[in-house]
Design a protein around this ligand. Structure first.
Ligand code: DGL
Length: 295
């Protein structure tokens, strides 16, 4: 007997970051879209992005996008504030038919929620220097005082699983104490790595200070885009997915699969198999499944 029940629509969503930070966005996407096929790409060969020139980050973001599209991604989530600041506009212009969802520091909701009129923002230097952040502050800050801090070294500690070490606490205390002294009551996480240290942040600032993780709002935006494009909820669509897609949660790294595999249970509360992909050199900007030959 032929099963006439339409198969569950499975949107294919490509998500990338310089490293493990975008996993905070990935798990929010799973909450919104439990049937999605997700391809998560960590460009760990180049982490941290914030220490690299903007043009270089743009080139990596374009190379990753190209690769994810070839793998079947219909929506690309730039799950990195630094890459969004450097490359989102460029990506939208280069890949005109592809819907992108990027990150921008959640200054707007923070300004709406603050009672003290003082908001703290934690992000990388590259995010603070970008036009995206300047425009968000200009459009939404109004009379609210915004205090910024870059948390040097925090991304690297989180990449290595130090979510609660003395060093991690020291970096966060350096950032948060001056904010508390100035009366901050709302803190915006402007880097996708930072939600993994929310328990530590909350411990330092106390329960009365609100900490805003933008990932759930970003995931809702991904769902809206997917729903708009999901005319094809039929079996035909499900069958049109590439055979090579494999499991519905797929992980890729440009550097060290065992290391990322060891981090997944800590950050996502579930394990997974990670595949290695490689940057071609030269020409830069292309990712390949095979180890490139060195000429
Ligand atoms: N997760 C990235 C972000 O949101 C990390 C930055 C970096 O690689 O420097 O900004």
């Amino acid at each position: 007997m032929i099963d006439s029940k339409p198969k569950q629509y499975k949107p294919v969503i490509g998500v990338f970051d310089s490293g493990v930070g975008g996993l905070s966005v990935l798990s929010a996407i799973w909450n919104e879209l439990p049937h999605a096929v997700t391809l998560y790409l960590a460009d760990q060969a180049h982490v941290p992005y914030s220490l690299r020139p903007e043009t270089e980050v743009r080139e990596y973001a374009a190379g990753i996008t190209r690769y994810l599209i070839v793998q079947g991604a219909e929506v690309i989530v730039v799950a990195c504030n630094t890459a969004s600041a450097a490359a989102l506009e460029h990506l939208r212009q280069t890949f005109k038919d592809v819907p992108f969802v990027g990150m921008e520091p959640a200054v707007k909701p923070a300004v709406e929620k603050t009672s003290s009129g003082v908001v703290g923002v934690l992000a990388t230097p590259a995010t603070f220097q970008g036009a995206l952040y300047a425009s968000v502050v200009e459009r939404f800050a109004g009379d609210v005082k915004i205090i910024q801090h870059t948390c040097p070294g925090l991304v690297e500690l989180i990449e290595n699983g130090f979510l609660n070490s003395t060093f991690t606490r020291d970096i966060l205390e350096d950032a948060l104490q001056p904010m508390l002294e100035q009366g901050v009551d709302t803190i915006v996480l402007g880097c996708t790595h930072y939600p993994f240290v929310i328990p530590l942040i909350q411990d330092i600032v106390g329960p009365k200070v609100r900490v805003i993780d933008p990932a759930p709002a970003v995931a809702r935006q991904v769902r809206r885009i997917v729903e708009k494009g999901s005319k094809d909820t039929t079996e035909d669509y499900a069958q049109s997915l590439p055979d090579t897609m494999g499991p519905s949660k797929k992980y890729l790294t440009t550097k060290d699969p065992p290391k990322l595999e060891s981090m997944l249970p800590l950050l996502l509360k579930q394990g997974g198999k990670v595949k290695q992909i490689y940057w071609e050199k030269p020409p830069a900007g292309f990712l390949t499944d095979n180890l490139p030959r060195v000429s």
